[in-house]
Design a protein around this ligand. Structure first.
Ligand code: AP5
Length: 215
């Protein structure tokens, strides 16, 4: 069973690699960032709340995020594995996830930590374009779509995320160092964590993941 967490700083390539890994293993890709963006697009009360934090580069409160993930992981499509992208991001979320895993008998058994130098993150975020329809990320230099402005996967329109500006990115990186980086030790101590070099070509990263996930 592949119950996986994919972690890393903003722009490390979580979304990009999560799509490839989840489709390879045929497991659902659960991105809290995508869930919040969908709620914002639909103007729901969750979306309004999440937008207050996301627009400033801050983390959405733990109780809201934990409730959302607990409900999602309880869905029948997670019975044969799942890939979490962007959750957990705080120690409180990680501890809650341990409890949820036991409760629903779907404990995390692999944590993949994408490592990328900070200078590359800024370049990646500023050049990123995302599909409005399916959320697939592209890049104006390193991962160009076949047709400019159009998603290769679903034909949707590509746009730049509102939180992909220099000021908000600074705050997102602060939040990462303060709240999320401590999870590296948390999962290393549980003997679940492996690092991935996120500066390699995507096929090489997937091969490495396959090696690490071999049971
Ligand atoms: P979220 O959507 O999770 O954003 P993030 O963590 O800041 O990560 P990004 O989506 O910016 O980057 P990524 O690592 O997915 O990189 P990507 O694959 O796109 O969260 C957004 C916000 O929601 C948060 O700030 C927070 O407010 C809130 N939130 C979400 N989860 C939360 C939680 N658990 N608790 C509280 N709040 C939460 O890649 C970046 C670019 O690089 C792309 O253009 C891509 O094409 C390119 N690229 C990637 N890999 C490669 C490669 N190997 N070679 C060349 N180019 C590459």
């Amino acid at each position: 069973m592949k119950n996986i967490i994919l972690m890393g700083p903003p722009g490390a390539g979580k979304g990009t690699n999560a799509k490839r890994i989840s489709s390879f293993y045929k497991i659902p890709h659960i991105s809290t960032g995508d869930m919040f963006r969908e709620a914002i697009k639909n103007g729901t009360s969750l979306g309004k709340l999440a937008n207050e934090y996301i627009s400033k580069g801050l983390l959405v409160p733990d109780d809201v995020t934990i409730g959302l993930v607990k409900e999602r992981l309880s869905n029948p499509d997670c019975a044969n594995g799942y890939l979490l992208d962007g959750f957990p991001r705080t120690l409180e979320q990680a501890r809650a996830l341990e409890e949820i895993g036991k409760e629903i008998d779907r404990p995390v058994n692999h944590v993949l930590n994408i490592v990328v130098p900070e200078s590359i993150l800024v370049e990646r975020i500023s050049g990123r374009r995302v599909c409005k329809k399916c959320g697939a990320p592209f890049h104006i230099k390193t991962l160009q779509p076949k047709v400019e402005g159009v998603c290769d996967l679903c034909g949707g329109e590509l746009y730049q995320r509102k939180d992909d500006n220099e000021e908000t990115l600074k705050e997102r990186l602060n939040e990462y160092h303060k709240s999320t980086e401590p999870l590296i030790k948390f999962y290393r101590d549980l003997d679940l964590l492996n690092d991935l070099d996120g500066d390699k070509p995507l096929d090489e990263i997937l091969n490495k993941v396959n090696d690490l996930l071999k049971d």
